[in-house]
Design a protein around this ligand. Structure first.
Ligand code: BGC
Length: 779
């Protein structure tokens, strides 16, 4: 009967019969089949998972269990001794990362399943951050949509493409809150706010994992980097982080908690010191918070080499101590450091770690493989990838996601949308180093995607206009990093630096072309390796000579639209005063060029909102809307002059974004002026499209608790809804505030508290909303 079942599974998995004909394969398969009666896509009960894990553990040697706790890279990091992927597969190593090719994945999987003693399949992991082949907008850009379905659908496409290549595990979503835009990895998260961050975290987990990990189009997700990585000193990547208990629980943890509640299968521990204890050796984080308080049952993988780096940090004495500290703090899997498989057995033999502890650390790794259906379907159908990536629906989805993420920052005199008929604008200059930069649109983390499929801005504009309008393009001066990036060198570095003379020549060419055309679109921002890992910047100004280029083009007197391709908020204060229209496209992905053209010529109406405050000057960072009131609140005579040289207020507030239409938000009603602690409060408003065309508004609700055991932020986002309204349409939008929205972590009581206090409520178009109401919670 088992054999019949086995044969039924074969075509489903796409195996060729020839491959099955070795004795060891048959034995390996029978073994896995004896352990299960599952077929593809069937959800496996947790009881069965437990039984199967127990069975495996009872047959594994100590070193085999430890090997499951190791992850090996397809190539070794400098200074890190490593097994080759073939050796790793043969020795029953738990996971291999940085292999993308399905043929290579199958080859390694055959070694693991057929030749390793326990025949346990390898879990292949990769950074599928915002797309696999089809690249979606980067997470910060997706967050600008304020539409969690964008994140969910985008990550579902990414999961499908990745799984079709044999990748069953992604190191995403990154849910680190970031309030200092100098930090280059701000691009990978949802920005500064825990409430928006939590919504995006939930949606991404759902997109990646779906409802059944064993289905052929989902992958195991990984919430990273636990925790606090987004707040390094000075914005410098990897630097120490000091976060108070209040901020950890109320600001930095909530997106992780949301990912956990959404069922995320794994967490990644962060690199840096958190309050002087490296996150990867931090028992408070991984044991007290993650397991004891939140009840997380999945597994924690370290960041790359982060276990080995417990020594580098000056925390662990040596490799053995590092293994001890990470394992006892709660790291189940050691990413590429070689520390676990080299040291844990010694620690068990010496009695410092007990074998049952190793069993408990290995258990969730094996459980994940069972839930993913890897024992039944270890191999990937090598023809599937080509079929999946050619699915036109994914391309359309990427364009839709980019459209929904575009944020209009300025539109003086309604210069946008531009005329698309060729009547009023018969020639258009497209200028700037980001107008035709495929890598920049994909970002460092999307650079593994299909570069050929990227539609750049100039291509998108040409696709849109056809021959109705003469389009001329000049690149302008290059953008490059002053200090080359380690990752950039590995993956294809930025443009070379031009001499001052060459730069001047490029600017002159641009001016000539601008003068020759009816209107100009200038595309500026950041190249791929100016954001992402190890890409902090000391200034948020437009890098290189881009502002000089912009000033020269604006000086021609032609109508100018600035389009930004960028991984972080930029200091564009000059442009904000002097350029008529500014469109923030962020990192828009493969379909960015078409989506941007759709917005420029009015086929879509931009509805994105900033998920992070844009400073007026780098010197203002960290700057975020949910700061506390202080003794000098807004409106007091001292407030505005707290800096002697620049205003205190940002360039664009959190939640800001314009539209080609206008909206009014009125009539804030709160259902009851006083509600008992523990009850719910309802706030509703009337939203009306008062302009001439249909458009989207993101209605945002903020609260402030006026007094209590602790000072609470001046405003906190506690509700948002993106709605589409036809011209003249009016709709009520209702928000419910309950325990989750009204409680906060008290460092006095060491728990979440709801206090009988007075609350302010504002509802509006961004975090400076004026429409005000209030209510009280009573005993
Ligand atoms: C990054 C992680 C990433 C890992 C694997 C590390 O350098 O910090 O975010 O998942 O590499 O590529």
């Amino acid at each position: 009967m088992k054999m019949i079942h086995l044969l039924r599974v074969v075509p489903l998995a796409g195996w060729s019969f020839a491959r099955l004909c070795s004795k060891s394969v048959i034995l390996g398969l029978i073994l896995s089949q004896l352990l299960t009666a599952q077929t593809s896509g069937t959800t496996i009960s947790e009881k069965e998972v437990r039984v199967r894990v127990d069975d495996l553990l009872s047959k594994m040697t100590l070193q085999e269990k430890i090997n499951q706790m190791a992850q090996v890279g397809a190539y070794a990091l400098p200074g890190t001794p490593s097994l080759t992927p073939d050796e790793a597969a043969l020795q029953g190593i738990g996971s291999i990362l940085w292999v993308k090719d399905p043929v290579q994945i199958n080859k390694l999987q055959h070694i693991a399943v057929e030749q390793s003693r326990m025949h346990i399949p390898v879990l292949f992991g990769l950074d599928v951050i915002h797309g696999f082949d089809t690249i979606f907008p980067a997470p910060l850009t997706m967050a600008a949509s304020w539409d969690p379905t964008v994140a969910e659908k985008g990550q579902a496409v990414a999961a499908r493409e990745a799984r079709a290549s044999g990748i069953a595990w992604t190191f995403a979503p990154m849910v680190d809150i970031a309030r200092d835009a100098r930090w280059g990895r701000i691009i990978e998260g949802a920005g500064e706010d825990p409430y928006l961050g939590a919504a995006m975290a939930r949606a991404q987990v759902q997109g990646f994992q779906g409802d059944n990990l064993a289905s052929p189009d989902h992958v195991l997700a990984c919430a990273k980097h636990f925790a606090g990585y987004g707040a390094p000193d000075g914005g410098r990547d990897y630097d120490s982080v000091y976060i108070s208990e209040d901020q950890l629980w109320n600001v930095y943890f909530p997106p992780f908690k949301a990912a956990e509640e959404a069922g995320v299968g794994s967490f990644m521990s962060a690199y840096m010191d958190l309050n002087n204890v490296p996150a990867t050796g931090n028992r408070f984080l991984m044991h007290d918070v993650l397991r004891d308080t939140w009840g997380f049952k999945g597994f924690v993988v370290s960041d790359a080499r982060a276990v080995a780096d417990l020594v580098t940090h000056g925390f662990a004495h040596d490799a053995e101590d590092a293994a001890y500290r990470a394992a006892t703090a709660g790291v189940n899997m050691d990413m590429v450091g070689g520390i676990y498989y080299g040291n844990l057995e010694k620690l068990v033999r010496a009695g410092k770690i007990k074998e049952p502890q190793i069993d408990e650390l290995t258990r969730p790794i094996l459980a994940a493989k069972i839930r993913l259906g890897l024992f039944e379907h270890p191999y990937v159908d090598e023809s599937l990838h080509a079929q999946v990536v050619s699915d036109h629906a994914s391309t359309n989805m990427a364009r839709w996601a980019a459209q929904r993420s575009i944020t209009l920052l300025r539109n003086e005199g309604n210069i946008l949308p531009l005329d698309k008929t060729g009547k009023r604008i018969s020639s258009l200059a497209v200028i700037g180093p980001l107008a035709d930069d495929r890598m920049a649109q994909m970002s460092m983390w999307g650079s593994g995607g299909d570069r050929k499929r990227v539609v750049t801005v100039i291509e998108g504009i040409r696709n849109f206009l056809g021959d109705r309008v003469r389009v001329e393009y000049v690149k302008g001066p290059n953008v490059h990093r002053q200090i080359p990036s380690y990752f950039g060198r590995m993956l294809g570095e930025d443009d070379p630096q031009l001499t001052p003379r060459q730069t001047q020549e490029e600017i002159s060419k641009a001016v000539t072309v601008a003068k020759n055309c009816d209107a100009v679109v200038v595309v500026l921002g950041e190249t791929a390796f100016l954001s992402g890992e190890s890409a902090a910047r000391s200034t948020l100004e437009l890098p290189g000579n881009q502002e000089d280029l912009l000033k020269a083009v604006v000086a021609t007197g032609k109508p100018v639209v600035l389009v930004l391709i960028n991984g972080r908020p930029l200091d564009i204060s000059w442009a904000a005063e002097n350029v008529s229209a500014i469109v923030e496209a962020g990192i828009p992905g493969s379909e960015g060029g078409d989506a941007i053209a759709d917005a420029l010529f009015g086929d879509i109406n931009p509805g994105g909102k900033l998920p992070v405050t844009w400073p007026l000057h780098t010197g203002q960072v960290p700057i975020y809307y949910a700061h506390n009131l202080s003794n000098v609140p807004e409106g007091s005579p001292i407030y505005a002059g707290r800096y002697s040289d620049i205003p205190t207020t940002p360039l664009y507030p959190f939640g800001y974004g314009l539209s080609y239409t206008t909206f009014s938000i009125t009539d804030l009603k709160i259902d009851s002026p006083a509600t008992k602690v523990g009850g719910t409060v309802t706030a509703s408003v009337e939203v009306e499209n008062t302009g001439k065309i249909a458009g989207d508004e993101v209605v945002q609700l903020y609260i402030h608790q006026r007094a209590g055991q602790a000072s609470r932020p001046v405003r906190e986002l506690k509700g948002f809804r993106r709605i589409t309204l036809a011209r003249g349409e009016k709709r009520s939008v209702k928000f419910t505030l309950g325990k989750d929205e009204l409680s906060y972590w008290s460092t006095i009581e060491k728990k979440w508290v709801l206090e009988p206090e007075h609350f302010d409520v504002w509802v509006g178009e961004d975090s400076t909303a004026k429409l005000h109401g209030e209510f009280a919670l009573t005993k």
